[in-house]
Design a protein around this ligand. Structure first.
Ligand SMILES: O=P(O)(O)OC[C@H]1O[C@](O)(CO)[C@@H](O)[C@@H]1O
Length: 568
């Protein structure tokens, strides 16, 4: 295939580069005084308001970004994705996570075959299994009801489901269905995570769900073997059939592991790990905890954004606008990071999930055609819920480096609290900060203002805020299963838009391979040294010394990991 021109060589890219100087001439506080501009920088869709007036951008900037989108063939690329074309070229796969939440009667094809019926076969199987488990018709080996679930998985087989679970936990409707049940996630191969997960649980009442797209991930498989041993030791090996199920694309390996393929929930290679929360990866554990009907609402929320993303004109298209503005911040204004700041404790695991979606998708060094890129892609994503973050890293955001911020607020709290005699309730207090922070960042505080306040001269430089720091405000009408699905899909598509503009492959992750293969070499060495006393060799001086020290000082650690388990 002839290699396509890089986006940075196009006229719209160069025009935007030149436009940066114009934008930098005007402070955000002056841009904010133009109410016509501000009015035009708000989009609303289905209970979600996105206000991007505090971006260092004008209407002209946004127009120029549309030209960039055209040069990058954004519309066509979105169409190719929804059309099931193999846009993940390095893995020769389609990218169809949108099919996971499509209505039953939708038609979405991969290789000419409508995949929606397959999706719904698995959803129906999950509905049936979760109902049987929740109503006690599926019981454990000793006849007891399985009230607790440990989902083993890592990366995309963990972060998305954890985010949704954390967000649903305090939703009044969802939590009603979760009474008496527990859902835990075992991700890290660290034995501490194993010990913490099984603490207080008994195999008799526990179902273990092994979640792995490949069913080869070293950490997940070792954790799966550890919990299989935990169950067998207590209940006998035959109990595994009743206490372990799997979610994977690799049903052959599931069976080899000893899990009945009838108790396996499939998904497909056209679902990327980090885009898999709407597959059985998320749907199974969440349905076991909250019931299928709640999870269906979550899927409907995501689907509403899919329809919007694929059909709304760019001027009204939330993921497209957000994606273009992120490209503006990274590639033109030169801001390498993005803070995701939900003013909702229920969204505490949102930033870690989006961190993987974004950084694993867009942290690339070459174009989709393999051409080294002369510009940076992706951004460093991090975040914490407000107001906690304010008392932690906001100092740097206000007076140190410039980090574009996403403020995410919710109109109606999941758990309103009213305290007699208080001026504002807890949620109002929280939201006061949600409204204040973007203006503090945009407007700042000048030396003149401080002088008027009689601030001592020596403190004026310390108390000055330069302002002119961009942010976005996203206001959700509520935070229920449907809205959680919408929020997820907005960010998934935004990341994809960024990748489409940069001309990279946002769907592979070769960058995780090198470390994995070096770990294999170390693992072999540890095994050979421990079992046959073989000397450490084949590593550089630093690694050899550290490995030797590790082997020497850990020689008295109990050999059987089972001995570690009952400690807490
Ligand atoms: O679901 P699996 O195959 O166990 O993979 C887990 C995670 O590992 C990665 O491949 C990265 O190491 C992610 O992309 C993926 O989400």
């Amino acid at each position: 295939m002839a290699s396509a021109a890089l986006i940075c060589d196009t006229h719209p890219w160069k025009t935007l580069k030149a436009h940066v100087e114009d934008i930098k001439k005007t402070h955000l506080r002056d841009l904010m005084s133009d109410s016509e501009r501000c009015k035009s920088m708000v989009v609303e869709f289905d209970g979600i308001i996105v206000d991007f007036s505090r971006q260092q951008a004008t209407v002209d900037t946004v127009d120029k970004l549309y030209n960039l989108a055209e040069a990058a063939h954004l519309k066509e690329k979105i169409h190719h994705m929804f059309n099931g074309e193999r846009i993940n070229t390095t893995e020769n796969r389609s990218v169809l996570h949108v099919a996971l939440r499509a209505p039953r009667d939708a038609v979405i094809k991969s290789d000419g075959k409508n995949v929606v019926p397959d999706v719904w076969n698995v959803l129906d199987k999950i509905k049936d299994f979760s109902e049987r488990l929740r109503n006690g018709s599926w019981v454990g080996a000793t006849g007891k009801q399985l009230t607790d679930v440990i989902a083993i998985g890592i990366g995309g087989s963990f972060l998305g489901p954890l985010f949704v679970h954390t967000a649903l936990q305090t939703d009044p409707e969802a939590s009603k269905f979760a009474k008496g049940r527990q859902l835990r996630f075992l991700a890290n191969v660290d034995p501490i995570d194993v010990a913490r997960n099984i603490a207080g649980l008994h195999p008799e009442t526990t179902l273990v769900v092994v979640v792995s797209k490949t069913f080869t991930t070293a950490e997940t498989m070792l954790n799966a073997r550890t919990l299989r041993a935990w169950i067998s030791k207590e209940l006998g090996p035959s109990a595994v059939a009743k206490h372990m199920v799997a979610v994977s694309t690799n049903l052959t390996l599931v069976e080899k592991f000893g899990i009945d393929p009838n108790n396996a929930f499939a998904f497909w290679d056209w679902v990327g790990g980090r885009y898999s929360v709407c597959s059985a990866v998320g749907v199974l554990p969440l349905s076991l905890q909250y019931g299928f009907s709640i999870v269906e609402k979550f899927l409907k929320g995501a689907s509403s954004i899919d329809q919007h993303f694929s059909s709304a004109p760019f001027e009204k298209n939330v993921p497209v606008l957000l994606g273009l503005l992120s490209v503006w911040n990274v590639s033109f204004l030169g801001y390498p990071a993005r803070a995701i700041l939900p003013y909702s404790q229920a969204l505490e695991k949102f930033a870690p999930h989006i961190q993987q979606v974004s950084m694993e998708s867009n942290g690339k060094g070459v174009s989709i055609d393999g051409v080294p890129l002369p510009f940076e892609t992706g951004e460093i994503d991090f975040g914490e819920p407000g107001t906690n973050g304010q008392h932690s890293f906001y100092q740097l955001i206000h007076q140190g480096r410039i980090i574009p911020c996403d403020f995410i607020g919710v109109v109606k709290s999941q758990q309103p609290v009213y305290l007699e005699g208080e001026v504002v309730n807890n949620h109002d207090e929280l939201m006061s900060n949600f409204f204040a922070q973007p203006d503090a960042l945009a407007y700042g505080k000048t030396a003149e203002q401080l002088q008027k306040e009689n601030v001592p001269q020596n403190l004026i430089p310390h108390k000055t805020f330069s302002g002119n720091r961009p942010s976005l405000s996203i206001l959700l009408s509520a935070l229920d299963a449907y809205k959680i699905g919408q929020l997820l899909a907005i960010y998934e598509h935004r990341v994809v838009v960024q990748g489409f503009i940069w001309g990279i492959n946002s769907f592979d992750q070769w960058g995780v391979e090198l470390g994995k293969s070096l770990a294999t070499q170390v693992r072999k060495q540890l095994h050979a040294s421990r079992t046959k006393g073989e000397p450490v060799e084949g590593f550089n001086f630093s690694t050899t010394s550290l490995l030797k020290r590790y082997l020497e000082e850990s020689s008295d650690v109990p050999k059987n990991p089972q001995t570690l388990l009952p400690r807490i």
